[in-house]
Design a binder for this molecule. Structure first.
Ligand SMILES: *Cc1c(COP(=O)(O)O)cnc(C)c1O
Length: 224
């Protein structure tokens, strides 16, 4: 299927599920291009997509260099501390802040404020990156000292399962935590956004009020 058709289907689903969840703002779609070529990423651009996501340094730099200048680049994967300086000033949104050491390095290398999501491991699965839900408050308090870090929201990856009520509960918990932090009115942590939902569960994330969904396989495909 071409990207335009996939995007049309996704937009249709987003609309349906936002209505179902009484959500008035449809989430931004980030095209996750980590499995595909530059050519395919360009097809997504032609289809009208402007938000792009990559989870590795090499892929990020390659796609950023190849795509037109008006794209918004999201780094959605974990980033090694020693690689921060190579890429941080090319990142528009960083979705995987989960260690103070990383925050410190970003703060040091960034030439401007970086929009960051704190990555939360809501399910508590040991295989997932991110900090535990009950550690989010303390972690965010500790970030105040870093003037180049702006906490714009929370991000999570749900486990791969067909258990939709379970996934919805995880998304609900993240949203509740986001609302809590937002209500603190912290200057450095407005925390208005929610990055959640992938190919398998973006429709559920939309129902629960995601502001960014990160879609790879169902949007641009997956090249073996
Ligand atoms: C790969 C990836 C995605 C997209 O995954 P799909 O299942 O292909 O949609 C989203 N978020 C993160 C953090 C990823 O690493």
């Amino acid at each position: 299927m071409d990207v335009q058709q996939s995007l049309a289907q996704i937009n249709e689903q987003l609309k349906i599920h936002c209505e179902k969840g009484n959500i008035t703002t449809v989430p931004h779609v980030i095209a996750v291009t980590k499995y595909v070529t530059i050519e395919r990423a360009n097809d997504a651009y032609q289809a009208g997509i402007r938000h792009f996501g990559e989870n590795r340094l090499e892929g990020f730099q390659q796609k950023k260099a190849a795509l037109p200048d008006d794209v918004v680049m999201h780094f959605i994967g974990s980033l090694q501390t020693r690689k921060v300086k190579e890429v941080i000033n090319d990142i528009d949104y960083f979705h995987a802040l989960d260690r103070l050491k990383l925050a410190k390095e970003i703060n040091k290398r960034a030439e401007h404020k970086v929009k960051c999501f704190v990555q939360v491991n809501v399910s508590g699965e040991t295989s997932k990156q991110g900090i535990a839900l009950d550690e989010v408050d303390t972690f965010i308090k500790d970030l105040e000292q870093y003037e180049n870090i702006e906490i714009i929201g929370l991000m999570t990856m749900a486990p791969y399962t067909d258990d939709e009520p379970y996934i919805k509960d995880l998304f609900k918990s993240l949203r509740a935590k986001r609302d809590e932090i937002k209500a603190l009115n912290l200057n450095y942590a407005p925390c208005t956004e929610l990055s959640m939902g992938m190919s398998n569960d973006y429709h559920l994330a939309a129902e629960e009020g995601a502001s960014f969904v990160r879609i790879g396989t169902k949007l641009v495909g997956k090249e073996e």
